[in-house]
Design a protein around this ligand. Sequence first.
Ligand code: FES
Ligand code: FES
Length: 155
Amino acid sequence: MTLRLIINGQAQEIALPDSRLTLLDLLRDHLQLTGAKKGCDRGQCGACTVLVNGRRVTGCLTLAATLEGAEVLTIEGLSSGADLHPMQQAFLDHDALQCGFCTPGQIMSAVALMAEGETGADPDRVREALSGNLCRCGAHPGIVAAVCSVLGEQG
Ligand code: FES
Ligand code: FES
């Protein structure tokens, strides 16, 4: 089947090689967008988080074939030009990563929080809202601080 969708602002028409292809595999293996990571491949770690029509989804549990006409945003499409997205900059400022494997998913999830209207620097609320994104390096304190710093500016 042919799939038409918008990825990072660009219209794409893709001949799907397999109707069972996941969004994560489409991005990584066919479009060379390797920012979203494959951690567990079963919806448990959040490393594959991207936005579909403004909402965060796990790419490993989303069938690409269901996305006709959808708008997909990945970490590669987050910044404009040389300027980092405020959430990316906050992760740098707060040293919110170690190996970086979970970082694209953490950032996309945090960006979705902003789109969901979340405001205010409430660490407990941020921890709960990002509980689907695991960090095996234990960088959660920095991650929470980074997200709170951005949400605090909005609150
Ligand atoms: S790789 Fe998708 S949730 Fe872990
Ligand atoms: S920074 Fe290594 S898994 Fe999060």
